[in-house]
Design a protein around this ligand. Structure first.
Ligand code: AKB
Length: 317
């Protein structure tokens, strides 16, 4: 029987992943953790074990793992790209020392460790179109620096200590349950809320800026599928390129217009997030993930937009 600890369980990915894992493995076998309780997340906090612990508190975290006899850690607690540029010091501390603590616990307690990387692990010198799995990684954001360093650290723990580390490079994630916190791709979530609430959206990302994106159900499937993958088939581990779609702001606006004909979009570009977006790939090549563990996303832009608008309408009414 699996016993899974999810850090950052009240965040954008964690809140949905925890509930899905509880359905699969049983409520008591999935321990949600966060550094504090958050309003609006009662479902996650109350439907199974919940531990208040900061990923920087290594000893407390190790005790949680021992207490619940955890064998799998899904480590999601992290500072994202835009906030990371405002507070690089904090981004380095949480993203690196948090991961280090998790890997040390993984080594001592023999746990499988999943941690996400990101398209942010690439930079302006990376090939921008169909970015290969193995290529130049010289990011120019603190978030990106921590993601590349994290990938290498996870590889190190696998090679040196045999810790079963696995990861994916997530693109921008779009969901209707929990808002993302402080990323560059967040515009692609906000646009749906504003379309329904106000019939218009002001984009902080410039027209013509392509980035990879994915709908949350595919992201959750990716984590679960990779966790369950046969280790003998994994040539890569930290971390796999995965993508479901690549679009510019005009594309998502045009798709929304099919459902809300009066919808209008204009631009008030944020130079910091625009520069970050321009340093990231336009589209990833995810062949390795497809070949090594069967990655195959279900949602494209049209299908995602239909579902997002339907679910958000219910939520906002
Ligand atoms: C961000 O925009 O920072 C994140 C990411 C792509 O990792 N959504």
């Amino acid at each position: 029987m699996k016993k899974i600890l999810v850090t950052g369980a009240l965040g954008q990915i964690g809140s949905e992943l925890t509930m899905e894992l509880r359905k699969m493995y049983g409520d008591n076998n999935v321990i949600a953790s966060s550094r504090r309780k958050k309003e609006g997340q009662e479902e996650v906090i109350e439907s199974g074990p919940f531990e208040v612990v900061d990923v920087l508190e290594g000893e407390k975290l190790a005790n949680v793992v021992k207490k619940h006899k955890v064998d799998t850690i899904i480590h999601l607690a992290a500072i994202l790209s835009a906030v990371g540029e405002e507070r690089p010091n904090q981004a380095w501390n949480i993203n690196m020392n948090g991961l280090y603590n998790i890997l040390e616990i993984g080594r001592e307690e023999n746990c499988l460790v999943f941690t996400p990387s990101s398209i942010a692990a690439f930079g302006p010198s990376t090939p921008q179109d169909k970015t290969p799995q193995d290529t130049i990684q010289r990011p120019e954001t603190m978030y990106g620096v921590t993601k590349v360093a994290g990938e290498i650290l996870c590889d190190y723990y696998f090679k040196k200590f045999g810790v079963d580390t696995r990861g994916v490079r997530f693109p921008g994630l779009i969901s209707h349950k929990t808002l993302p916190g402080g990323g560059t791709t967040d515009y692609a979530v906000h646009i749906y809320y504003d379309a329904l609430k106000h019939g218009r959206y002001t984009s902080f990302i410039k027209e013509g800026t392509y980035m990879d994106m994915m709908y949350m159900p595919d992201a959750i499937d990716a984590i679960i599928q990779l966790m369950q993958a046969d280790p003998d088939k994994l040539i890569h581990r930290n971390a796999f390129n995965i993508t479901a779609m690549s679009f510019e702001p005009e594309d998502i606006a045009a798709e929304i217009k099919k459902h809300i004909p009066e919808f209008e979009m204009d631009y008030d570009v944020d130079p910091v997030r625009q520069a970050i977006a321009e340093s990231w790939p336009n589209s990833l090549d995810d062949t390795a993930a497809r070949e090594e563990w069967g990655w195959n996303p279900k949602y494209d832009l049209a299908k995602m937009t239909e579902d997002m608008l339907e679910k958000l309408k219910l939520k906002l009414n």
